[in-house]
Design a protein around this ligand. Sequence first.
Ligand code: PLP
Length: 345
Amino acid sequence: MAELDWSNLSFQYRKTEAIIVSYYKDGQWSPLAATKDFDFHFSAFAGVFHYANACFEGLKAFRGADGKIRLFRPDENAKRIRRSGGHLDMAVPSEEMFIEACMMCVRENIEYLPPYGYGASMYLRPVLIGINPQLGIASSTEVLFAVMCAPVGTYSGAKILTPGTAVLARNYDRAAPNGTGAFKIAANYATSLHPYNLAHRQGYRELLFLDPATKTRIDEFGSSNFLAIKGNTYVTPLSDSVLPSITNKTLQTVASDFGMTVEKRVVPVEEIAEFDEVNACGTAVVITPVCSIDDKPTLESTEVTRTYHIPSGDECGKVSRKLYDRIRGIQDGLEEDTHGWCFEL
Ligand SMILES: Cc1ncc(COP(=O)(O)O)c(C=O)c1O
């Protein structure tokens, strides 16, 4: 086992043992291979460097209380990367190949899979990148599929379930109407770097994007979905420009299992004032509570026109906690996996 401070991991790059690679050329994928070489060698004219011909995924592996190793819903990530790569018109791995590459990655880096009990996990990062030399704007004909990993703790570095502040992105969008917001493609993330830097410099943990067409409805955070609790109802935005989060989908099922009503619908910004609990949800953030959301004319402005104080405040809300405990319990093998979400290694 690697000598790491398992209780103080954040969400950061850390070199591990190996990465898994396969190359697509002339209509076929090369066999999956593990390599200790973390540097890729391909042309400076590769499409990825110029036109962002790339998409990726994020999923986690857990060492359970029972000693078993579980990957959480890798089949869903496989489907999503196939959609994202399909949108870029590049070759994509089959679902079986994707899952096998993820399992290989965990096996090859087993020393870095955090022990049970530290709230830590192994984050897997599969990528598809276009590598053939090209000058004109075109889809890639040669593709590198790689899976790498890193042991991680909480996304923000704060203690689990510690609420943080957020600000609305009034004058920036992460996606265009009819654009690529619903795909996990690299270009979406470049768009959010500058507004995120502005928000972070002002001390906000999160940036909440609105629907790009009307700027009147909530879309999602830059790297996670928006979920709110209103009485016994789970509310999450319905929007074409939001990434379909696997965590959100899972939590909706969990909420239904708890007898809650699940509403996936348009969420007007002003409705924030009616929510009891608000969270970011995603693989990396799991459930991360939000305690307040500022509305400003622009991200650059010092003026705050309205602050929405979430009633759960500096504590994680009770319902959010219950949802968190169930999903983490299933991932850790403490609760029965009645929906068959975990793939054992
Ligand atoms: C923009 C965006 N929204 C939502 C999510 C959460 O999705 P998931 O729960 O599948 O990790 C992510 C992370 O993948 C993301 O990048």
